[in-house]
Design a protein. Structure first.
Length: 261
């Protein structure tokens, strides 16, 4: 058993799950070398606390898994209903020595659908996080936006005083009685700021359909969610060195407007 991240290490120390030479360790415990370090995490025995929420697994091996995230569920957090809590009930435990509870390695908003990458071992979680930090994971999103748009472009509006960059390409536009024009837009975010695509599209007066936070007043679509979908992920597998390219088809509510792509 391993502790994949610094935050996870702090949690197990706080819960007194770590001993150094038989004594309970804290964040102040100093390690010289040669000590016997023991990690003892109690097994969960109360099945009523397990989140039974069936998920569509798009790819899985001993190291990692890619799943479809539905709308209306958090990726992680203090809520009981999260993707993180549903993962152990949907994935096969890794047989590798550093197996751990599966953990998402990036974020998708509560209302966003699409591909979510998770690690199943401590080493996989660390390496996948590094791939994201090094910008070696190519992500493609699709959104439905409101209003006339140029055929393609780049948005560089800073977010929270930080550099942010998103590229867009209009794939198809249709006339709409309520919104005048609706666009199917392919999005390539070069940075990963919180709500980046939603904020960027709103900044050029083309908010995403169904965006109740950044949408235009009087044009809020209620009851059908946010029309933002994480369509694909592409990266080099950090252990097998194979090229992984996974797509998650557009939701039906997209294809009802534009047809299949």
């Amino acid at each position: 058993m391993s502790v994949p991240t610094k935050s996870a290490l702090k949690k197990v120390l706080k819960k007194k799950y770590v001993e150094v030479d038989g004594a309970i360790a804290t964040t102040a415990t100093y390690i010289i070398g040669g000590e016997r370090i023991t990690l003892s995490i109690p097994n969960e025995t109360d099945s009523s606390k397990k989140l039974i929420f069936p998920l569509n697994v798009l790819f899985e091996d001993e190291h990692l898994a890619i799943l479809h995230k539905p709308a209306g569920i958090l990726v992680s957090g203090n809520s009981f209903k999260t993707m993180a809590d549903a993962l152990p009930q949907n994935l096969k435990p890794s047989a590798l020595i550093d197996t751990t509870k599966p953990q998402p390695v990036h974020r998708l908003d509560y209302a966003t659908t699409g591909v979510l990458l998770t690690g199943k071992t401590g080493s996989a979680i660390r390496k996948l996080n590094q791939l994201f930090q090094d910008k070696k994971v190519q992500k493609v999103y699709y959104a439905v936006t409101i209003g006339e748009m140029p055929p393609h472009g780049k948005i560089t509006t800073p977010i929270d005083n930080k550099i942010a960059e998103s590229h867009f390409e209009v794939i198809q536009s249709v006339a709409s009685e309520k919104y005048a024009t609706l666009n199917l837009v392919k999005l390539d975010p070069k940075t990963g700021r919180r709500h980046q695509l939603r904020k960027h599209l709103a900044s050029i007066s083309n908010p995403i359909l169904g965006d109740q936070t950044y949408g235009r007043e009087g044009f809020i679509l209620k009851g059908k969610g946010l029309y933002l979908h994480a369509y694909s992920l592409e990266f080099i597998h950090p252990f097998t060195e194979e090229k992984i390219s996974i797509k998650d088809d557009l939701p039906e509510r997209f294809t009802k407007i534009f047809g299949s792509i």
